[in-house]
Design a protein around this ligand. Structure first.
Ligand code: ZN
Length: 173
């Protein structure tokens, strides 16, 4: 899936989670969820995060390949434990939710995700080809849905605006 899709899905999932918990959706938390949603593709040197952290992405891709360890439940567990030990609980939740949203989103692509890596079997519902018109249409639908929800909810609208600025800064649009 495209990086921009992961950013929007991560932000939307976090917005949904925080609203469901009756908490205001802070712009910083949306940014963290977006960052968390980009992290699993650190195993691909040409991904948005992989290009920026080539020191990690190049060896990781050579050793394990794309959609291996970083797209597994083992990685989610390790990442959550790391965040827990780092004592960053307020940062941990949106980062971890964003990370999980990446696996969920990739689960709808044709190749699926190896949830139980190192077992090779992949899981998912193969609906979307990465970069296809369907992915772009679903992305537009999700972004519109967030905007519509934001119109009815002050803090979400504010957070979405800040999120949009972040997307521009990160050169996603
Ligand atoms: Zn991925």
């Amino acid at each position: 899936m495209m990086a921009v899709s992961h950013v929007v899905v991560g932000g939307a999932v976090w917005a949904g989670v925080s609203q469901a918990l009756g908490q205001p959706t802070a712009p910083e938390a949306l940014g963290l969820a977006a960052l968390g949603a980009l992290l699993p593709d650190i195993d691909h040197p040409k991904s948005w995060v992989g290009k920026r952290l080539a020191l990690v992405s190049v060896p990781l891709a050579a050793l394990i390949g794309h959609r291996g360890l970083t797209h597994s439940l083992l990685a989610v567990l390790a990442f959550s434990l790391f965040l827990g030990f780092a004592g960053t609980s307020s940062l941990a939740a949106p980062l971890a939710v964003g990370y999980l949203s990446h696996l969920l989103a990739d689960g709808f692509t044709l190749s699926g995700v190896p949830l139980f890596w190192p077992l090779k079997r992949t899981y998912g519902i193969p609906l979307i080809r990465t970069g296809s018109p369907l992915e772009i249409a679903l992305l537009a639908l999700l972004a519109s849905l967030m905007a519509a929800l934001g119109a009815e909810n002050g803090d979400l609208a504010q957070a979405s605006q800040a999120f949009h600025k972040l997307l521009r800064l990160a050169k996603f649009n």
